[in-house]
Design a protein around this ligand. Sequence first.
Ligand code: HEM
Length: 399
Amino acid sequence: MATPLEPVDLVGEFDPTAPEYLADPYAHLARLRAQGPCVVDTSRDLWYLVGFDAVEAGLSRIVRGHHRGPDRHVHFPANPFAADGPGHTEPRRIIAPTFSNKAVQQFRDRAQEVVDAALADAVAGGGELRLVDTIGFLLPYTLTCDVLGILDVDNRDELRAWTWQSLELIDAFLTPEQMQEYMASAGLLAQHLHGVIEWKRDHLADDLLSLIIRTADAGEVLRPEQVVPYVHTLYLAGMHTTVNQTALSLLALMHHRDQWDRLCAQPDLLPNAVEELLRFESTAQYMKRTAEEDVDLGGGIVVPTGAEVVCWIASADRDEARWGDTADMLDLTRADAKQHIAFGKGPHVCVGSWLARLELHVVVESIVSRFPDTTMPDQEFVWESNFIRGPEELVLHLA
Ligand code: HEM
């Protein structure tokens, strides 16, 4: 029989919107973990899962459910990725083969081409690399366009802002003003995507968007009005996650020079290094769920019907109970690094994880192998989000 949890009032103790939290969430999350694997924040009426086992169980067993308050996704109704059960799993299968480990290898040359061009530009400009603006954004943006079979646009900067703010609508700690602003961006993105899909209908080819449209027209697993929300999720999920994960990975290596030097000396460590970088600094810091029935997560945690739950991936992947005394260290040789849950767990686990790994692999390998003496000049980092973590910019000096 599970013991009911003591609710904890965290007012003043835990503020994921505070600058000191954004600069280093891990110390704050460790303090939550010290209170147990699950903490109930009565002031915000949120359940926080912070222990590794609890987060895994929460992501796997609690449904997405429906948020309290206004519908943040009003511009993208009937999104299969926001659903649970067959209405989610069947449409999800449409794209799974495109994102298998084997299938994504076809994008390696294109990824390399984008990275090579950005590095060449940086070298031509004296060696300064603005990682986020150049490789960080361009790589996932180009691959997203290629995979879907859509054209580049003239208003890239606008599109970048709309996609970022639409993704941020998942943030569990938004102010009403932010919510309003981000919903306006989501409306503009919806208009844009309607146009893209109209264009594609006249240019059907052998690409993912054509496959999605044809499947919707057949009407069995997807309805035509679900194409926009479906593509919207692919667009958001594949873009800013990779942008930020790339920056976090390079930043972690710059802060741990011994590990950087080790990777330069032993490039065969790279596949494991990518897993450890994902564990150590996962850009997707948490995912939300809402319980539609009582859910027993084990370990004495029973989430009651109606509870809104924040599954704190960033805490799980630093949990000493799972990773031992070295949980807070970056160790590129960690034997079980790939057991991290940076890509989530359960029915909604990341579809694009192999593509993301490929992109990270190409970026890190290209810089490490060609510029082993790269340094990071002094700079102030701006951290925008507690949900998708990453510095607004990261400047490196290639050498
Ligand atoms: C480093 C980069 C990435 C990270 C850290 C990441 C992380 C995640 C996480 C944690 C989830 C689980 C969501 C949940 O449980 O609620 C997820 C879902 C998803 N990801 Fe990724 N992701 C990355 C890159 C990508 C890429 C490149 C794509 C390709 C398009 C992608 C597509 C998706 C999709 C479609 C979902 C929704 C799956 C579903 O609900 O069934 N992601 N991602």
